[in-house]
Ligand binder design. Structure first.
Ligand SMILES: Nc1ncnc2c1ncn2[C@@H]1O[C@H](COP(=O)(O)OP(=O)(O)O)[C@@H](O)[C@H]1O
Ligand SMILES: [Mg+2]
Length: 255
């Protein structure tokens, strides 16, 4: 058996008295599409922040491809091959689409975004090629020169994903990619994400749109109050009484 690409072992994160993530363990296998679901405040985004080095763990370990990344900074984790998008879009509105994606491409060759902006010239050619490839992959080549602020919300979501893809990640982590999209846009996004998966990318995503998760993901982990309460196929978790109870206890999520 090969080791999992991502191996989260007893991850715990406290914020003062709050146990936001409580002894969470779970794996993502190479090439898998895994969903992480749960009511608001369950700790999903915090798990992502722990994996990607945005917050340190209070205790526990996270291994990526057999390397312990628990103590790494976010740019180091990114360089190793984990890219993410954010629940609240973090594209830079006053930069062009091209420049937003090239920041991701710069990250891939080992610079934090802040440093990268000031070392642009040295890497310009490599960055430029990588950026164009990524823009084409995400269907944004025609908008390359637009300011990100002028893109539609739907296109900005693709820009956010493109910026992550420019890192050439092995693991792509998406936090609520379908939020705010209409049904058509959601279906297109699902096709796009599936295509990335078919090209070999491993996916871990949080999403409230259950149809999106259940159709796209091969396995689903469920969190409630910081803990993992279920882990199985979409069918298994959607008929699990413990999962149903967790959602019924949180009216807005059940709706
Ligand atoms: N930076 C932070 N400081 C303090 N509390 C936080 C912070 N981030 C998240 N939390 C708290 O941790 C819990 C889990 O939050 P989060 O991971 O964002 O949940 P989810 O993404 O599942 O909705 C919530 O109670 C939230 O208020
Ligand atoms: Mg969240």
């Amino acid at each position: 058996m090969t080791t999992p690409l991502l191996d989260i072992r007893n991850a715990t994160r406290r914020f003062g008295g709050l146990l936001a993530v409580d002894d969470f363990s779970g794996v993502v296998q190479r090439g898998e599409r895994v969903g992480l679901i749960g009511p608001n405040g369950a700790g999903k985004t915090t798990v992502f922040n722990l994996i990607t080095g945005f917050f340190p763990l209070t205790s526990g370990n996270i291994l990526f491809d057999d390397t312990d990344i628990s103590q790494m900074k976010s740019f180091q984790v990114a360089r190793l091959g984990i890219a993410r998008t954010f629940q609240n879009l973090r594209v830079m509105p006053n930069l062009t689409v091209f420049d937003n994606v090239s920041i991701g491409a710069l990250g891939a060759i080992g610079h934090s975004p802040a440093k990268a902006l000031f070392n642009h010239r040295k890497y310009a050619e490599d960055i430029s090629r990588r950026t164009w490839e990524t823009l084409e992959r995400a269907g944004l080549q025609d908008e390359a020169g637009e300011l990100a602020a002028n893109l539609s919300y739907g296109k900005r979501k693709y820009l956010e994903i493109a910026r992550a893809l420019a890192l050439s990640p092995r693991l792509l982590i998406l936090d609520e990619p379908a939020a705010g999209l209409n049904d058509t846009e959601t279906a297109q996004l699902s096709d796009f994400v599936r295509k990335l998966s078919n090209e070999g990318l491993t996916l871990l995503l949080v999403e409230h749109d259950m149809a999106f998760v259940m159709n796209l993901c091969e396995r689903v982990m469920v969190m409630a109050s910081g803990r993992k309460i279920a882990d199985g196929t979409p069918q298994q978790v959607s008929s699990d009484p413990v999962v149903l109870e967790a959602y019924l206890g949180s009216e807005e999520e059940a709706a």
